[in-house]
Design a protein around this ligand. Structure first.
Ligand code: NAD
Ligand code: MG
Length: 399
């Protein structure tokens, strides 16, 4: 189809000021005829949001923090921009579900992204899902909402996007029928892959956020260092692709060139490869089913060595904790996620050592897992309780 004949997609970007948000707007700017921005959202970064408003001219800009919203309102008024500035979390849901919007980029970090993303699923939007925590906390509920409304779900997480690309286009969650044996999630191994357990225990926030291959927000960078990111991705894959836990495998691939793989009954293994740059999965989902230019440098394979090794769950207990939470079901994944969010924030503040992250999650799971959680209220309740238990545990850990 001729691109100029297309009706532009009308887009809301939740978490526009973050790493995924910035990469999304970079791809969007390459295709002005394809996309119109309805709303951009952020929490506190006024300067960046102001620049984004100037470049993309959204109808609405949301700052969840009231003081940031007030500052942005002044800036846009002084610049003569017509954008309307909204504040507070309820505004996230409003701009995610507005009838004008057909596509939502869900790129808020953490369970804070859940209510608006779930509402967009209920409203039948095309959802480009970066916010993996939504699926970890509310996987069943979210997938049920997608099915009930006929919403479209496209994964942005590079591993899940790779698997999506390597599955048959008509895959409906039936592994048997599609001849799929297993999903292989690749993991870079993070910045601590070769460190001893003692060195990992004492690692600093600066070391933890220095990822060898990807530039990402701080929280997911720490998750990559602990391998909790891979654990969250195992749970994400379970829901996205209707996989049983034993059908999800993890392999460490330090070069981050093979982004993940699908193993078939006949012995075929299909992989998606590329330069590690989030604009590839973002462009794939933005253009779907067409392929569009993403600004990504070509994959240079000459002279490269690709290696694969088993993950070490002794030095990286968070990966095992995630598999355990998935097996436990009920409220366990929501508890795991909340305890992790609290522990990562405390670690980044310098209040607790790196080793406290896994320890506090294990403690919180032991205290709370086993509860039933089916409704959104149950899940948010599990999230609140887990935050309280993890906080009080971490208050007793010496820095
Ligand atoms: P980031 O920290 O760079 O950005 C987070 C965004 O969320 C910002 O716009 C921030 O303003 C907003 N935000 C933070 N707290 C909020 C709150 N309480 N309410 C409303 N908005 C809030 O994070 P990121 O690296 O862009 O990651 C975003 C999501 O995408 C995460 O779920 C992450 O796991 C996932 N993801 C990121 C990458 C990556 O390469 N960065 C890859 C795969 C998946
Ligand atoms: Mg990933």
């Amino acid at each position: 189809m001729n691109a100029s004949a297309l009706k532009p997609r009308v887009l809301t970007v939740l978490g526009a000021t973050g790493t995924i948000g910035v990469n999304t707007l970079d791809v969007v700017a390459r295709h002005p005829e394809r996309f119109e921005i309805f709303a951009l959202t952020g929490a506190t970064q006024v300067d960046r949001m102001f620049e984004q408003c100037r470049a993309h001219r959204p109808r609405y800009a949301v700052m969840t923090e009231a003081t940031a919203a007030a500052q942005l309102r002044e800036r846009v008024a002084a610049a003569g921009l017509t954008v309307e500035v909204l504040e507070g979390s309820a505004a996230l849901t409003a701009v995610a579900t507005a009838p004008e919007v057909d596509t939502l980029m869900a790129a808020i970090v953490g369970a804070a992204g859940l209510p608006a993303t779930l509402a967009a699923a209920q409203a039948g939007k095309r959802i480009l899902l970066a916010n993996k925590e939504t699926l970890v906390v509310s996987g069943q509920l979210f997938m049920d909402a997608i099915a009930a409304s006929g919403a479209e779900l496209l994964p942005i997480d590079s591993e899940h996007n790779a698997i999506f690309q390597s599955l048959p286009r008509d895959f409906n969650g039936d592994f048997q029928q599609a001849g799929v044996k297993a999903l292989w999630l690749t993991a870079s191994g993070g910045p601590f892959r070769t460190l001893s357990a003692e060195a990992i225990a004492m690692a600093t926030p600066a070391q933890a956020v220095a990822h060898p291959n990807w530039v990402m927000g701080k929280k997911i960078s720490v998750d990559s260092a602990s391998l909790m990111n891979k654990g969250l991705e195992v749970i994400e894959a379970r829901w996205l692709f209707n996989a049983r836990p034993e059908q999800i495998k993890v392999v460490v691939h330090p070069q981050s060139i093979v982004h993940s793989m699908v193993e078939y009954a006949d012995g075929s293994v299909l992989a998606q490869m590329g330069t590690p740059d989030m604009r590839t999965p973002i462009a794939y989902a933005l253009g779907f089913p067409e392929r569009i230019e993403a600004g990504v440098s070509a994959l240079e394979l000459m002279g490269k060595q690709l290696t694969f090794e088993a993950p070490d769950t002794t030095r990286f207990p968070c990966l095992q904790l995630a598999f355990d939470a998935l097996a436990a079901g009920g409220n366990a994944s929501a508890v795991l996620n909340a305890a992790n969010e609290v522990a990562v924030a405390r670690f980044l503040d310098g209040a607790v050592p790196f080793s406290a992250i896994a320890a506090s999650i294990a403690h919180t799971l032991e205290a709370l897992a086993g509860g039933v959680a089916t409704t959104l209220e149950d899940l948010l309740d599990a999230d609140r309780q887990a935050r309280a238990v993890a906080e009080s545990y971490l208050n007793r850990v010496p820095a």
